[in-house]
Each structure stands twice: as structure tokens, then as C-alpha cells.
Design a protein around this ligand. Sequence first.
Ligand SMILES: *Cc1c(COP(=O)(O)O)cnc(C)c1O
Length: 348
Amino acid sequence: MLRVSRFDPHPRARLLERPTPIQRMLRVEAALAPVLNGARLFAKRDDAMGLGGGGSKLRKLEFLIGEAMAQGADTIIATGPRQSNSVRLAAAAAASLGLRCEVGLRPLTEGDSINYRDGGNAFLDTLFGATVLALQDAAAATPFVEERKSALASEGRLGYVLPPGASSPRASLGYAHCALEIADQEQAMGLKFDRVVVPNGSAGTHAGLVAGFTLLRRRAIVHGFSVLADKQASHANTLAMARECTALLAGEEEVRADDVIVDDSHRGPGYGHLTREAVDALNFVARNEGLLLDPVYSAKAFAGLLDQARRREFKRGDNVLFIITGGTPALFAYRELLSMSSPRIGPR
Ligand SMILES: *Cc1c(COP(=O)(O)O)cnc(C)c1O
């Protein structure tokens, strides 16, 4: 396929074995019937990948670690909050490719629980054999990275530093490719998605999808729910990254400002801080479909999708695709906070 060959110039480490499944969420549809107007809801299971517990970061890491290996790097260096999914999947990817991995992890707040500190993703980082250093705060990340790079260089080794959240225009190629994967699956399913809903943190996922759908000449269908930056900053980051990603693909089609749709109404008190609506959404999808959202990203985005339905934004015949981006290990880090919930079920 011509479109796929646009990715050829970019080195890629294979971390996914096959396209992730798309499934209809029939029980969620039934529970939301009064507000869905007959629209159909689907989930793209980017939580269902074979490596390291899976998750959206693997798609972005394919192109980042691909570049690292093309440069001859032998060590991946990553930093993030203790429950970072990108750090966990970088550690797993490194283990699978015979690379070393060194990570610096910072707390989210002073009162982090023991589960947040040492459970979930933080536990898996060590299990995958990464060397973990505890950082005091976000400001300690740059000195850590610089120190490790030069220490490795003095041993004749080469470190490759992952960008924060594993987001960059190059990383977004993974989600541009995902848009093509979705288009192939649409063809096989005999339908087209009218809207794609996704969480937006460091913007690479959303930006890549926009770049990919722009390549396919489909505009303004991706709705991103910001969990990190406010609407304005998130829109600007995502647009810039989508444009640079399109340029990497030598696309003639220009990404327009209104192709990037960002909603920050479910960000709540900030990154990694739960909202009532996100906890409800997480419980709702778990109980009605047996599927796992994560507390930091996809639960907030699904809460946003529930609002869209309640505002009657969907109509009969619409096909809506929600991307379940993974992050399952974080559930165990947030378990005290999640079990305090008393879920309201249904459309309200
Ligand atoms: C990182 C992450 C996201 C957001 O992706 P960005 O590219 O950072 O915007 C969404 N969901 C999960 C589970 C993630 O780990």
C-alpha cells in the first residue's frame, strides 16, 4: 500500500505483533441507550498487546527505539512519574531487544501512598530489569539524564534519551500508523468511524492520529480529552506535533487548526489526580463490559465521552471509536482511591 510506504524511511523496532482488536461495546450501549440515539460504540483495544502488559506507549516506542537502535544506542534512558506507563514499556521493550534501560522516577505528590510509590508500574520497571533511581522532583530529570549520558559515554556506550511521555513528532508516527490500521479494520468491518475519542497527555497519541487521518483526507474526527495541559496549550502542542509528524511522512495535506479538537473539561485537579467522574466511568466500563480503563488517562476520556452522549452529540447510525490506551498496572497503584468510589451507573 502506497500510504504504508511513507513510513519506510523511518527505522522501527517491532514491538506489536499484530493489529489490536476493535470490539463493539454492546452492554455499555445498552446501559446508555436513552442518550445514544442509536449510535454504536466501539473500543480499540490498545491495552491488548503482548509485550510488557501492553498499552499505547508501545506504538510510539516502536519509532523511538527504532531510531535508538539505528544510532547504535545500547541503553534507553527514561524519566517520568513513578506510575509512568511509558517508562514501564520502555523497560519491557529494552528487555525484549537486549538493550539496557536506566530510569529516573519522581513522586507525583508528597503524600504518595505506598502502592503509588512501589506498586503498579514502579514494581514492573524493576521486574523488567531496569536500573531505577528515585528523583526528588521534575527538576531533577534533566541533570539525571545528562549525568547518565556522559557516564555511559565514558564507558564507550551510547544512551538514547526518551522524550517526556515518549512524545515527539517521530513517536507520533506510531499513531499515524494506527490511523491506517483503523482504516483497514473499517474496511474489513464494513463501516466508517465518525468520531475517534482518545486521552491526551503529552499529545503524541492524539497528534499521530490526526496526522494519520489527515493523510487519509479525513478531517476533524479525533476528539482528545486533555489530562495534563489546559485546552489552549494542549491544542497548540498537539497541532504542532501533528504538523511535524505529517512532514516526516512527506504528506502534502496540511493539518488545519480545526482538525485538532481538545476538551479539557475532565482534567480535574491535574495530572494523575482522580475525579469523581473518572472513577464512575472506570467502574461503569468494568461492570458493564469487563474492560479495564486506567485512572490517569482513559477513565477521564471515557467520562468525556459519556458527557458527549448526554449532550446528545451522537445520532442514529454514528459509529464512535474509543481507544483504550492501556495503563492497567496503574489501577493497582490507585487502589485505595478507586475502592472509595460509589459508582453511579448509567446515563444520569
Ligand atoms: C501516555 C498515555 C496516554 C496519553 O498519550 P500521550 O501521547 O502522552 O498524549 C493515554 N493513555 C495511557 C494509558 C497512557 O499511558
